[in-house]
Ligand binder design. Structure first.
Ligand code: PBG
Length: 337
């Protein structure tokens, strides 16, 4: 029997000068031919922030090029996103009224619910995802119902299920819970099924870490917690095995797709998840990751477009099928150039 049957030929590696890996890097045409990973606008989801009012468009100071938009501007932005071939948008609502019960998160006429309807009227084929969470809607800025100074898990599930159903009713294509309560995927799945939405997929923010890199987002979404932090529900950054367990549980509860968040500081988690699970994997390149690249580029320390493309291809290479990124429009422009 030939040796190669037992030992793949690669392991009988011929040394230099027979082997010269540089041969396959000589020209762009060769490099293109052997490239292992690709980035397409269709793989990207652009996060958008929607506010009440008419003709509102406020730039988020820590996230240049990103805005809080009222519905009329949001719809225009969605037309542009659609024309660029971007995979879709994920919506974050900023209500005028916040309260202890996050009531605007699941109100039939809440800001996100109205935004979805408006988008679907004008750009029906644009994929609309919604972030299912309460932190933008509570007066205290926590992701759920606060009881005795901490977020009460089971009481929060009801809000999340109602919010997801209200988004589906308004026309959302995919719901994405980001709160990190235990059992939320099962609660949302059950509520969707009961209310006539068995066909709406759940993208679970399954491995979401308590990260400093959400800082700029909290300015954008006006959702910084008024006391304490999110460490009793979001994951502890040093843990990897726990992330796999979170993902396993979410799949058992009925998640259709899984997310790792943030992206670049957690590429190891993405790679482990890629090996273990066959469902589509998403990664969220969060606000702080975006802002760091922007700040360095503004200082002339990094080339903006190259840093953007390299960061995103790294996230794809680690195993993400889908990337949520504030760079989505810039990437579409670079790839089209
Ligand atoms: C809501 C939510 C957050 C982000 C996405 N969904 C903020 C948080 O958990 O504090 C962060 C996204 C980003 O930083 O770009 N819970």
């Amino acid at each position: 029997m030939p040796l190669g049957h037992y030992f793949p030929l690669q392991s009988v590696c011929m040394p230099f000068p027979v082997n010269r890996p540089r041969r396959l890097r000589r020209s762009e045409s060769i490099r293109r031919l052997v490239r292992e990973t690709h980035l397409e606008p269709s793989q990207l989801i652009l996060p958008l922030f929607v506010v009440e009012g008419e003709n509102e468009r406020h730039e988020i100071s820590s996230m240049p090029g990103n805005y809080q938009l009222s519905i009329n501007h949001l719809v225009k932005e969605c037309e542009l996103v659609h024309s660029l071939g971007i995979g879709g948008v994920i919506l974050f609502g900023i209500p005028d009224q916040k309260d202890e019960l996050a009531s605007q998160a699941y109100a039939a006429n809440g800001i996100v619910q109205r935004a979805i309807r408006a988008i679907k009227q004008t750009v029906p084929n644009l994929l609309v995802m919604t972030d299912v969470c309460n932190c933008e809607y509570t007066s205290h800025g926590h992701c759920g119902r606060v009881v005795d100074g901490d977020v009460d898990n089971d009481a929060t599930l009801e809000w999340l299920a109602s919010a997801a159903v209200s988004h589906a009713r308004a026309g959302a294509d995919i719901v994405a819970p980001s709160d990190m309560m235990d059992g939320r995927v099962a609660a949302i799945r059950e509520a969707l099924d009961k209310n006539g939405f068995p066909h709406i997929p759940i993208l679970s923010y399954a491995a979401k870490y308590a990260s400093v890199f959400y800082g700029p987002f909290r300015e954008a979404a006006e959702s910084a917690p008024q006391f304490g932090d999110r460490r009793s529900y979001q994951m502890d950054p040093p843990n990897a095995r726990e992330a796999l367990r979170e993902m396993e549980l979410d799949l058992e509860e009925g998640a259709d797709m899984l997310m790792v968040k943030p992206a670049m500081p957690y590429l190891d988690i993405l790679s482990l998840a890629r090996d273990r699970f066959d469902v589509p994997l998403a990664a969220y390149q969060v606000s702080g990751e975006f802002s760091m690249i922007h700040a360095a580029a503004r200082n002339g320390w990094l080339d903006h477009d190259r840093a953007m493309m390299e960061s995103l291809i790294a996230i794809r290479r680690a195993g993400a099928d889908i990337i949520l990124t504030y760079f989505a429009k810039d990437v579409a422009r670079v790839l089209d150039a």
